[in-house]
Design a binder for this molecule. Structure first.
Ligand SMILES: Cc1cc2nc3c(=O)[nH]c(=O)nc-3n(C[C@H](O)[C@H](O)[C@H](O)COP(=O)(O)O)c2cc1C
Length: 194
């Protein structure tokens, strides 16, 4: 596996999970724990979960676009968030579908950062009621613009199938198979870069 590339600290790959919901009753809680456990089971992988709702990022109000030369960070919360993205080697975006797209919370957090995303890979896990993928079209477009390599296949989950309506895992083996497939593809992409 990745053990051949282990650093002296024993960590080879830092993965940041980025959930999209700020709702206290989010259906993503159990799913995020599940993904975290699947990743942490691999030697040489360290996992962190971004709590965007606690970070109190302002809406983007920078006079200079974050992707442009001359952009400087003036908010402490934005600096902390940028550092977190910078430290990560790869990402797992957990994307609830809100009106056919990602949440405003997730989009705003993405928009605050540019070069710290560039050239890294991301697994996308999305859930909705209908087709497991409507939010993905919007999301994939955004990831392309920030130059994040999207790991295929995107993990599409549906309430009433893999997840119960409250977000509890309803079909553990189906969920595990999908997450493991995506995680393996992420590791393969990371290995190809070494
Ligand atoms: C503002 C809002 C918009 C939503 N839009 C959609 C939608 O377009 N498609 C869908 O399948 N579910 C939609 N839902 C239902 C969500 O899929 C469901 O509430 C889910 O639990 C939201 O994720 P969360 O619990 O992690 O916040 C929407 C929910 C909210 C709060």
């Amino acid at each position: 596996m990745l053990a051949s590339c282990l650093s002296p600290e024993g960590v080879v790959m830092k993965v940041l999970i980025i959930p999209g919901s700020a709702r206290p009753t989010t259906a993503g809680t159990e799913l995020v724990r599940f993904i975290e456990a699947e990743l942490a089971a691999h030697e040489g992988v360290s996992v962190d979960v971004a709590t965007l709702d606690d970070m109190t990022l302002p809406f983007v109000d920078s006079p200079i676009v974050p992707a442009f030369d001359g952009y400087t960070i003036t908010h402490d919360a934005v600096q902390k968030w940028t550092d977190k993205v910078d430290e990560a080697d790869a990402f797992v975006f957990v994307v609830p579908e809100y009106n056919g797209g990602m949440t405003g919370l997730q989009k705003n957090a993405i928009d605050w950062v540019y070069k710290q995303w560039n050239g890294k890979s991301a697994v996308v896990v999305t859930y909705n009621w209908y087709d497991k993928k409507s939010a993905v079209e919007v999301f994939q477009n955004t990831l392309r613009v920030i130059q994040v390599n999207i790991i295929e296949p995107v993990v599409g989950l549906k309430f009433g199938e893999e997840l119960a309506p409250d977000g509890a895992v309803a079909d553990e083996s189906a969920l595990r198979a999908k997450i493991q497939h995506a995680v393996s593809a992420l590791f393969a992409a990371e290995r190809a870069e070494v």
